[in-house]
Design a protein around this ligand. Sequence first.
Ligand code: TNX
Length: 523
Amino acid sequence: MKRFSLLVFAHIIWLNVFSQNTVIPAPASYVKTEGIFSIGNEIQLITDQENLASVSRNFIESNRKYTGIICYIGSDNSERSKIFLTIDNQFSGKIESYHLSVKEKRVDIKANSANGVFYGLQSLLLMFVTAENNTIQCFEIDDTPDFEWRGLMLDESRCFFGKEKVKQILDYMAFLKLNKFHWHLTDVTGWRIEIKQYPKLTTVGAKGRMFDPEAPAMFYTQKEIREIIQYANDRFIEIIPEIDMPGHARAANMAYPEYSGGGSEKHPEFTFNPADEETFKYLSNILSEVGELFPSSYIHIGGDEVHFGNEQWNSLAQVKELMLENQLSSLKEVEEFFVRKVNTQLQKIDKTMIGWDEIVDSDVDNNHSVVMWWRHDKPEQLNLALNKGYRTVLCPRLPLYFDFDQFETHKYGRRWEGFCDLKSLYNYPDREHDLLNKFRGQIMGIQACIWTERIQNEKRLDYMLFPRIFALSEAGWTSEVNKSYESFENRLKTLLPFLEQTGIYYFNPFYPENTPEPYGRNP
Ligand code: TNX
C-alpha cells in the first residue's frame, strides 16, 4: 500500500513537471491531455492560406533566433512533427482568439484571423523556449483576450534609444500579446520624428537628451518609421504616435520660435501659441504628415500639464483677443478651446484624438476622442471621463508607470507615496471593480508608460521594463477569474532564463539582491 501511494505520488510529481503551462499571459482555458509532444529539430508548418505567409515566416525566424528549431513551410512524408495553421471563418471568438491543440505528432492552430493564428503561435513559442528535454506535455488551449487595448508607451524624447531597441521591445510585446505601442516622440527634451515640411524640427529640435543638451540630433527618419510600423504590423501591434501639445513643446520651439506661446521660469518655451492662426496651420500640417505616415486611426496629442508653463499666455495680445472673442475666462479655458480646435482638425483627416485625462475638461466630441487616465491621485477624473461617455484607457501612475521604482530598496526611479511593484501591477485593474462593472464597454484596456527622465541607457530601460511587462500582459489579457499571482510567479520563474538568453538585464523579484538596480540620474 505504502509503495502504491509512493508510486502515485511520484506520478503526480512527474505529471506536474511535464504538464507545465508556461504561457504568459495565462490563457482563458488550458487543459492537459494524454501524451508527450517531441519537438525535434525540424518542424513542418502547413497552411494553404496565403495570408498566413508572414505569420509563418515570423515563427520560422523566431525559432531560428530563440530555440534553434528549424521550421519550414510545406508538408512532406517525413516523420517530423507538423503544425497545421488554419483560418476558419466559422471559428467563433474575437479577432485575437485562437485554439491551440498539441497532440503527440501534430499541432493545430485555428482562429478566424491571421492575428489569432499568430497569437496561437506565440503561445506555442513560449512553450518551446521553456520546454525541458525538447518535449511538451500535450494540451489544448482556448484563448481570448479580456481587454482590446493592451498597451505600452515609450518616451523617446527625453532619452532616445533607436530602432533596434524599439524592435526588440516590439518582439517582446508580440510574445506577450500586447497590441498597442504608444510612441511618445516629442517633448521638452527632443523632437524625434522627421517632418518633411519643417526640417528644423529635427536638425535643431532633435538635438540633446536628458542631462546632455549638446548630444547630436537623434531622431527617426520617415523611412525608419515606416520600417518600424511594418515590423510592428507583422506582429499585430498598432503604433500610435504622440505629438504633445499645447504643452511639452520646448524642443519644437527651439526649431521654430515663431510658433511658441512661451513658458514659465521653471519651464521655458513650454507651449505652442494657442491663439495664433499661423501656429494652428503649422500644427495641422504636422498632424497631417504624421497622419499619413502612421496607418493607425489614432493620433495622440498629449494635452497634459499645460499649466506647468503657460504663464506667458497672460501677456500675449493674441491670447487676450481670443479670450474676448470666445468668452473664455481663464487660461484653462484657452487650453480647452485649443484642444477642441485640434480635435476638429483631426476629424477632418479622419483620425481619432487620444489625449491625457486633462482633455476631459474640454468636452471634446466623445465619438472622436479617447482618454488616457494617468492621474491615479485623481480618480474623479476617471469617473468624469466615463460619465461623459469617453472611451478610456487606464494607465494610472500607480501601478502602471514603469519609470517608478518596482522594489522597496530601489532608489533611482520615481515614487509617489508608493512604487509600482509587480503584484499590484499584476492585480490591476482589480481596484477599478465598480467602474468596470458599470462602464465595461467604455474601458478599452490598460497601458503601462515608460517615461525616460530617469532612464538613460538600455540596461536601465530593460530593468524597468522586465519583468513588469509580463505582469502587464497578463493584467491586460487574462480575465480576473483566470488570474493567479502564484501561478504567474511560477511561470515567470521558468521564463527568466530566456530573458537572460536574449541579453536582457532584468530585475529578479525572487532574488532581488542578485540583480542590483542600475544607476539612473534624476532630474
Ligand atoms: C508626467 S504622464 C508626465 C510626463 C512625465 C511623467 C513622469 C504625463 C501625461 N505627463 O511628462 O515624464 O509624469 O513620470
